[in-house]
Design a protein. Structure first.
Ligand SMILES: [Zn+2]
Ligand SMILES: [Zn+2]
Length: 296
């Protein structure tokens, strides 16, 4: 009975659910994709602090029974943009220990992207994680799929590295820019990340890796029989390198894929709203109904 709880909610409260989803769609406007879908339920929503490349930023999250959606807050509860949609089937969560100012956090990991988020309180962290895990569990059970075993690296925030994490020499400046290894997430200097590798799951194109990861990957590949080798390329030509380098803004290749990072329009409104999980209220209702039915 409990295992189809979210599905059950659709029939119990489909109208409220449809209204909520329409509201989310509305808030994203034309910047988002249609979210209403047969069987989809909005499980909860709230603001989480997402660790971005430069610093932590407030982002609005919507947990559906099959996807996790987040975006930038333009006007609180009214307008969001930069919508990201993550299929929950691909998600793995990993709790983070509290560290200094970074508290109540966990990792959201997928094959193509991984990042840390932080809730306002320990209770909210617990709630979020439990709801997300429950949705993942239900999905995987229904589909019979296995969760992915490989996940993208979590990027070390820029300000945590004053010097290159590989050579431990290069100091970062306006000219000596920071780059991120796509394999391990380290912040490294240009020369220490001059190599490229095809990291399946992230892209079909060769991506920037640090020299350490390049060595590891090369050694790993040497162990695999030639026929089973994945097509990995390490372009050395200046043409390819400059193409890769100019692809990102300002020649910094790291400034590419996390497009929400450089948008600072989130309001400086720090009043805290607790997350809302729609299952909770209705669960009691449903359980009550159930028990009253059963006692009859
Ligand atoms: Zn270096
Ligand atoms: Zn690396």
């Amino acid at each position: 009975m409990y295992q189809d709880f979210y599905l059950h909610l659709v029939s119990v409260n489909s109208e409220a659910n449809a209204r909520r989803i329409a509201m989310v769609e509305n808030c994203f406007g034309s910047s988002g994709q249609p979210l209403a879908e047969q069987g989809r339920v909005l499980v909860g929503e709230g603001v989480l602090t997402k660790m971005c490349r430069k610093k932590p930023k407030a982002r609005q999250f919507f947990l559906f029974n099959d996807i996790l959606v987040y975006g930038n807050i333009v006007i609180n509860k009214k307008k969001y943009n930069k919508q990201h949609v993550i299929p929950l089937e691909e998600v793995k969560l990993e709790s983070l220990k509290d560290e200094g100012q970074y508290r109540n956090g966990w990792l959201i990991r997928t094959a193509s992207k991984s990042f840390a988020v932080y809730a306002a309180t320990a209770t909210e962290k617990e709630e979020w994680m439990a709801h997300i895990e429950k949705c993942i569990e239900d999905l995987l059970r229904k589909s019979g799929k296995q969760p992915p075993s490989e996940h993208a690296a979590v990027w070390v925030p820029d300000n945590e590295a004053a010097i290159c994490m590989h050579c431990k020499k290069t100091q970062f400046t306006v000219l000596n820019r920071r780059h991120h290894c796509r394999k391990c997430g380290s912040v490294v200097c240009g020369p220490c990340s001059s190599k490229r590798w095809v990291l399946r799951g992230q892209s079909d194109k060769p991506l920037r890796v640090c020299l350490q990861c390049y060595d590891d990957l090369t050694r790993e590949r040497a162990r695999v029989p030639p026929l089973a080798q994945p097509a990995a390329h390490t372009p050395h030509t200046a043409a390819v390198k400059s193409a890769l380098d100019t692809a990102g803004s300002g020649g910094d290749s790291s400034a590419d894929d996390d497009s929400d990072d450089d948008d600072d329009r989130a309001p400086a409104d720090h009043s805290h709203d607790e997350p809302k999980f729609y299952g909770d209220g209705e669960k009691t209702e449903e359980t009550n109904n159930h028990s009253s039915k059963e006692t009859k």
